[in-house]
Design a protein around this ligand. Structure first.
Ligand code: UGA
Length: 448
């Protein structure tokens, strides 16, 4: 099928690339002409595992193309996937101006009926507004149909998540839209593709469920899922605070909790908390949406509060360990909001860095993928590709992202170049006994 993707960020680019890899003809556009020029020149503007490989193969087979001309993209596809940003407004509600702008473009440029699919995370009822806007902007013409098809792609494993989803949710108003979306996802549903992640040898993962719902339900499913996961992390973090006070070990507690299948082991890792461009903004938008209809989502407000306290708790730990922070040389290991991405949006590490710089520390940071993006924001900090260089002369190593590189770091080697053998671990990466056996002072979350 001919498909258009509007917005070439993390979601749009992965969606476009994977749909092309699944056999569709895809055209991608973005308001950022420089980004389109990069893509045309074969450069991938974001780091996402397997994405470069897919873009090269889809480019070679002619299945994917790029244009800075939104009109060209809109006219090409039988279905149009809207993958533009919905950033938070100062009051926490979602800024939907990019969606509105795309609606105006679609109404102006389309010459035939289109299925317009919201991929961007939006508050419930946006699809109905979009339908109304498309009809108003096109003066009732062109027969647009709207669907919601939320994405459940985690950065870092987005390609794998696309090809092996646990569910594909489509919110529609008519059977034809559901049928068209089922056809788009048929290769995924029938496992009829060569998996770029597992090179054709996919493990025996359960097949995806194709769920047809109303548009508002689909929109709500996305917000409710992300908010629940954020809530789970904050719950683990609150338990971790208790463990510290009561002399228990959060890992022992969450591991045992997670063995109950009703709870599950995932998303119970205590530490610096959640960041990124999804959870922090989605939880706010969900609280705000609830407030507009008179529901006080108190439980999510608490989850958000617990998450914000993580930074304070981390800085307290650093302050307590160092006594005086001002003038200390500190090594931050990890800037991305989580491992396997270069994304630093709402990354806890950046809040930590900002606060330490304000306190007069000399900050040296390292990250396997996010250095270029962070450098632009912090001209007063020092950046090193090599983590051992960041650790040279450091009074403390501050672990902020759970990169494998840091799990495997040679601390014996690092200890020799550090000014003081102190690790403050915001992601509980190490066994306290093992790291202390190497002569380090070690502070982590919920395991004191
Ligand atoms: C999240 C969801 O997991 C995806 O399903 C969803 O599609 C996506 O948002 C989205 O809305 O686009 P993502 O933001 O990529 O994906 O990252 P997660 O893997 O969910 O992690 C979010 C944050 O929580 C990270 O900062 C991570 O370090 C933190 N986290 C995660 C914890 O602090 N503890 C945990 O146990 C798990």
């Amino acid at each position: 099928m001919r498909l258009s993707v509007i917005g070439c960020g993390y979601v749009g680019l992965v969606t476009g690339a994977c749909l092309a890899e699944a056999g569709h003809e895809v055209i991608c556009t973005d308001i950022d002409a420089e980004r389109i020029a990069q893509l045309k020149a074969g450069q991938v503007p974001i780091y996402e595992r397997h994405l470069d490989k897919i873009l090269v193969s889809a480019g070679k087979s002619g299945k994917i193309s790029y244009t800075a001309d939104a009109g060209e993209a809109i006219r090409f596809g039988e279905a149009i996937f809207i993958c533009v940003g919905t950033p938070p407004r100062p009051d926490g509600s979602a800024d939907l101006s990019a969606i509105d702008h795309v609606a105006q473009q679609i109404a102006a440029e389309a010459r035939s009926p289109k299925l317009v699919v919201e991929k961007s995370t939006v508050p419930a009822r946006t699809g109905l507004e979009l339908q109304r806007a498309l009809s108003a902007y096109s003066r009732g013409g062109n027969g647009f149909r709207v669907a919601s098809n939320p994405e459940f792609l985690r950065e870092g494993t987005a390609v794998e998540d696309f090809f092996h989803p646990d569910r594909i949710v489509v919110g529609v108003e008519d059977q034809a839209a559901a049928d068209q979306l089922r056809e788009i996802y048929r290769p995924i549903l029938e496992r009829n593709f060569t998996c770029p992640v597992h090179a054709g040898e996919c493990p025996d993962i359960q097949k995806a469920e194709f769920l047809v719902t109303t548009i508002s339900s689909a929109e709500l499913i996305k917000h409710a899922s992300n908010s629940f996961l954020a809530l789970k992390i904050s719950y683990a973090n609150a338990v971790s605070d208790l463990c510290e006070k009561l002399g228990a070990n959060v890992e022992e507690v969450t591991h045992a909790m997670g063995l109950d299948p009703r709870i599950g082991t995932q998303f119970l890792r205590a530490g610096l908390g959640f960041g990124g461009f999804c959870f922090p903004k989605d939880i706010q938008a969900f609280i705000s949406l609830a407030a507009t209809v008179g529901v006080d989502f108190e439980i999510l407000k608490a989850a958000e509060r617990v998450n914000k306290q993580r930074i304070d708790r981390f800085l307290e730990k650093i302050g307590k360990a160092l006594w005086v922070v001002k003038g200390k040389r500190l090594a931050i290991l990890g800037l991305a909001f989580k491992a396997n991405t270069d994304d630093i949006r709402f990354a806890p590490a950046l809040d930590v860095m900002r606060r330490l710089l304000e306190e007069g520390a000399e900050v040296h940071a390292s990250d396997p993928e996010a250095l270029a993006k962070a450098k632009k924001q912090f001209p007063q900090a020092h950046f090193h590709e090599d983590p051992y260089k960041a650790l040279e002369g450091a009074h403390a190593a501050l672990v902020c992202t759970e990169w494998d590189e840091y799990k495997k770091l040679d601390w014996e080697k690092a200890g020799k170049v550090m000014a003081r053998k102190l690790i403050v671990d915001g992601r509980n990466l190490y066994s306290p006994a093992k790291i202390k056996a190497l002569g380090f002072e070690y502070v982590s979350f919920g395991r004191e």
